[in-house]
Design a protein around this ligand. Structure first.
Ligand SMILES: [Zn+2]
Length: 59
């Protein structure tokens, strides 16, 4: 049996926690096969080819 939280979280507390969830960078690269936008290290949604991560130069 899990513990029961003593108090309900307020709306701002929930939102402050949720605000940290979507912070990761989306590494969007271009598919070499169909030139569409793909997330790196994932297969292309249109042509199903694996797209490797492209290194971005830091200035
Ligand atoms: Zn593609």
């Amino acid at each position: 049996m899990g513990g029961v939280p003593p108090f309900r979280h307020s709306r701002s507390k929930v939102r402050r926690r949720r605000s940290q969830l979507g912070l990761e960078k989306k590494n969007i690269t271009v598919c070499p096969n169909c030139k569409g936008p793909v997330l790196s290290h994932r297969t292309c949604p249109t042509c199903k080819t694996l797209v490797k991560k492209m290194r971005t130069k830091k200035s």
